[in-house]
Write a protein that binds this ligand. Structure first.
Ligand SMILES: [Zn+2]
Ligand SMILES: [Zn+2]
Length: 334
């Protein structure tokens, strides 16, 4: 019996032959388990979908209620059977509803982490570390240069800038699912109680987060109907809107961008970002290596991202590792 009998990479994503289902398939399949709502993992058109209630709600919000022929809500920690394979979803700490998928069959345990991070996030359940034979990990920030600073330092940068430039609208680019809500929640924790203005593209997901108990405080649409140019206010918008005509309506807009990629100065410059905020929903080098060290799997499979350095690190640490080189899982923030 080999691990690849239980799970293997296919052109469509990860496939489990004995259970006859895919995990985060990139093309429509009969049976899918979806780890979380980001577009590269959650696509429409599958037959049956198993995911957390939050992920199902996110998919319905993005694709419409009929995004799959059948939907089954999984509860974190509860096991369901798929043709003799037991499937358990566990918190991944990435965004609301994000899950790792544990497969157990004939004494083998394979844990597919989806996307994950280890630092605290007020908008979702923390990553749960459990034992397994094979740990399947992403490696978006799998290079030692990626060490994300503490979140509160980045939030303080934004609040300091707001105090320093009260005449300018602070226009923060943040990915609409996950990052925007986390940014708002972190600002609230830092004591920023004022109204935060949001681009229309964020409203549905903000409301969805609130319906699952994530409190975001006073929000208002960033429309110019009133002619208010919102000086000294925070406006959150999808990254693409920051460089758009849309941004010109505000008072001397100060472009900021919340992303793990802001560690790379060239990327910030390229996008015309004046205030880069390093805020990531993916684990950095230390989080990835600490997680793998903590689990100590027999094998590490890397799905996508910067796998080279992590492969070398795993080998040096006595863990057999291989790159699956799955395609179609591009970080939406790049
Ligand atoms: Zn993701
Ligand atoms: Zn992803």
């Amino acid at each position: 019996m080999k691990f690849s009998d239980l799970l293997r990479p296919a052109g469509t994503g990860l496939y489990c032959p004995p259970g006859d289902f895919h995990i985060d398939p990139v093309t429509p399949v009969a049976r899918a388990v979806i780890t979380h709502g980001h577009g590269d993992h959650a696509r429409s058109g599958h037959g049956a979908v198993l995911a957390t209630a939050e992920t199902l709600a996110i998919m319905a919000a993005r694709y419409g209620g009929d995004f799959a022929a059948a939907q089954e809500a999984a509860i974190y920690g509860a096991t369901v059977m798929r043709d003799g394979v037991s499937v358990t979803l566990l918190p991944a700490g990435h965004i609301l509803g994000s899950a790792q998928c544990l497969l157990a069959w004939k004494g083998m345990r394979i844990l597919v982490s989806g996307d994950y991070k280890r630092r605290r996030d007020p908008t979702c359940r923390p990553f749960e570390q459990i034992a397994c034979d094979v740990f399947v990990s992403e490696a978006t920030f799998g290079l030692p240069v990626f060490r994300h600073p503490p979140d509160n330092e980045e939030i303080e940068k934004l609040l300091n800038s707001l105090r320093q430039f009260p005449e300018r609208t602070h226009l923060v680019g943040a990915y609409a699912l996950g990052k925007a809500q986390r940014l708002i929640a972190l600002l609230r924790e830092a004591g920023h109680g004022e109204t935060i203005y949001v681009h229309g593209a964020l409203m549905t997901l903000n409301a969805l987060y609130e319906s699952f108990g994530v409190t975001l405080g006073p929000l208002a649409p960033a429309t110019s109907d009133s002619g208010d140019k919102l000086p000294g206010q925070i406006v959150i918008a999808p990254p693409s809107a920051i460089a758009d005509r849309w941004a010109r309506r505000f008072a001397e807009p100060l472009p900021a961008f919340a992303s793990g990629w802001m560690r790379v100065r060239a990327r910030a410059r390229q996008r015309g970002v004046e205030l880069p905020l390093i805020l990531s929903d993916h684990g950095d080098w230390d989080e990835l290596t600490a997680t793998i060290s903590g689990i100590r799997p027999q094998e590490l499979w890397i799905t996508h991202g910067n796998e080279e350095a992590l492969l070398r690190w795993a080998t040096l640490n006595g863990i057999a590792a291989k790159a699956l080189e799955l395609v179609g899982y591009e970080d939406e923030e790049v």
